[in-house]
Design a binder for this molecule. Structure first.
Ligand SMILES: [Zn+2]
Length: 161
C-alpha cells in the first residue's frame, strides 16, 4: 500500500482522506491535506446523538409540580352500606346524620351517585371509614418509566406484596 499523494509506502493502516470530494488512501503526512474520513458509525455521529439526548433530558430534571388528587374508592357504595348496616342505622338514620335525603343515601349505596369529596369526607368522619384515597400524580410518564427501569425485579415483587 502506497500513499496516493506522495507515493510513500504506508506502514500499518493507511489514512483515508477526502481531497476535493474523493477519498484517497494516504500516509499520515499527507492526511493533513484533506479531511480525514472516520468510520461512519463512530465519533461525529454519536456526538450528535448524545447532544440530542442531553437536550431531551434537561426538562426532566426540572422540578415537576406534583398534583395530589383524591379519588373515591371504587367500591365506595359497598363500604358505605356495610358500615351503615354494622352500625345498625337505617338509611333514614344515616341520611339525617349527613344531612342528606334518603334518596341520596340510596343512590350512594347503589353506586348510582358517587358522593363528592366533601360529602365523602363527611361520611368518612361519621362512619369512621375510608372512602377516599390520595393519589400522588407526578404527571410524568417519563418519571414513572424511569423509576420502573431503576427497580429490580425484586423491588417490583416487593411492591406488589
Ligand atoms: Zn503521502
Amino acid at each position: 500500500m502506497r500513499c496516493e499523494i506522495c507515493g510513500k509506502k504506508i506502514i500499518g493502516q493507511p489514512n483515508t482522506t477526502k481531497i476535493d470530494g474523493s477519498a484517497m488512501k494516504v500516509c499520515e503526512n499527507c492526511s493533513k491535506f484533506g479531511k480525514i474520513q472516520r468510520p461512519p458509525s463512530k465519533p461525529t455521529h454519536s456526538i450528535g446523538q448524545q447532544g440530542g439526548v442531553r437536550k431531551a433530558k434537561t426538562p426532566q430534571r426540572r422540578p415537576r409540580r406534583r398534583e395530589t388528587t383524591y379519588e373515591l374508592l371504587e367500591d365506595y357504595n359497598t363500604i358505605v352500606r356495610q358500615a351503615r348496616e354494622k352500625k345498625g342505622w337505617s338509611r333514614e338514620d344515616f341520611g339525617a346524620k349527613i344531612n342528606e335525603k334518603v334518596s341520596v343515601v340510596t343512590r350512594i349505596e347503589t353506586g348510582h351517585m358517587p358522593p363528592d369529596i366533601k360529602l365523602a369526607r363527611k361520611i368518612e368522619k361519621i362512619m369512621g371509614i375510608v372512602l377516599i384515597e390520595k393519589v400522588e400524580d407526578t404527571s410524568s410518564e417519563e418519571f414513572k418509566a424511569g423509576s420502573l427501569k431503576g427497580s429490580t425485579i425484586g423491588d417490583i415483587a416487593r411492591i406488589k406484596k
